[in-house]
Design a protein. Structure first.
Length: 239
C-alpha cells in the first residue's frame, strides 16, 4: 500500500503543478495530460494486476529500492555520456528552433529542478505500465523473458525514432548522431527496464529508471551542455 500511496502522491503533485502552469503556457498542458493518462493507466493496472497477473507487480522492498536507485544513478551517468556523443554532431540550437527537440525541463525559476523532477515522474508512468506492464508482461508470460525484453525495447525505440526522424527530415535536418540517438537510448535503456522488472518481479524499478533517465536528459541539455558551450566560447575568446 505504501508504494501505491507514494505513486498517487507523485501523480497528484505533478498534476497540480502542471494544471496551474497550463493556464499561462501551453507547454504544460501536454505534461498535465500525460499525468492524467498515467493516473487512468495506473488505476486500471492496479485492478489488472490484482485479478489477472500472477504475483503483485506494484510492490518493492527497501533493499530493492536502494539497489534500483544505484542502478538509476549509474544509468543516468551513462545516458549523459551518450548525450555528449549525440550532441557532438548536432546543431542543437537549430534542432530546438525547428521544434524537433526540447530540453525536457519546462520549468524555470525558483524550485525548477524539483518541479521538473516530479513532472517527469508523473509523465513517464503510463509508458511503463503500457510497454513494460501490459505488453512486456504479456509477452513474458507467453514467450519468455528474451522475447519480452527484445520486442518491447525495439518497439519502444522505433516509436521514439520514426516520428523524430520524419520531423527532422521535413525540416531538412541531417540524420546526424542526435537523430540516431532517438533510437539508441529509447531501445537500449528500456531493455534494461524490462530485465530489471523481471528480475525483481515489479514494475516500479523500470519506472524509477525511466524517470531518472528522462531527468538526466533535462539536466544535460538545460544545465551541463550550456555550461560546456559557454566554457568553450570563453576559451576561444581568450585564445
Amino acid at each position: 500500500m505504501l508504494a501505491v500511496f507514494v505513486t498517487l502522491l507523485v501523480l497528484l503533485t505533478a498534476y497540480l503543478l502542471n494544471n496551474t502552469a497550463s493556464r499561462t503556457e501551453a507547454i504544460y498542458r501536454g505534461y498535465r495530460n500525460s499525468v492524467m493518462i498515467s493516473f487512468i493507466a495506473f488505476s486500471l493496472w492496479l485492478a489488472f494486476d490484482h485479478w489477472f497477473i500472477p504475483g503483485s507487480w506494484w510492490t518493492i522492498s527497501g533493499s530493492t529500492l536502494l539497489a534500483v536507485i544505484c542502478l538509476t544513478l549509474g544509468a543516468m551517468a551513462i545516458n549523459i555520456l551518450l548525450y555528449r556523443w549525440y550532441m557532438g554532431g548536432s546543431d542543437y540550437p537549430g534542432l530546438v528552433q525547428a521544434g524537433v527537440v526540447s530540453d525536457g525541463c519546462p520549468y524555470n525559476g525558483p524550485y525548477a529542478i524539483p518541479k521538473n523532477f516530479v513532472t517527469h515522474g508523473g509523465a513517464t508512468l503510463w509508458e511503463e505500465i503500457i510497454f513494460r506492464g501490459v505488453i512486456g508482461l504479456g509477452l513474458y508470460f507467453i514467450f519468455g523473458p528474451i522475447v519480452s525484453i527484445v520486442v518491447t525495447s525495439v518497439f519502444f525505440g522505433l516509436l521514439h525514432y520514426l516520428p523524430f526522424r520524419a520531423y527532422a527530415k521535413h525540416n531538412s535536418i541531417k540524420p546526424d548522431r542526435y537523430v540516431l540517438g532517438a533510437f539508441i537510448s529509447p531501445s537500449l535503456f528500456p531493455a534494461a527496464f524490462m530485465a530489471v522488472n523481471l528480475f525483481y518481479g515489479s514494475l516500479i524499478p523500470g519506472w524509477i529508471m525511466h524517470w531518472g533517465l528522462n531527468c538526466s536528459v533535462g539536466l544535460y541539455l538545460r544545465y551541463i551542455l550550456p555550461a560546456i558551450s559557454n566554457k568553450g566560447a570563453e576559451k576561444e575568446y581568450v585564445g
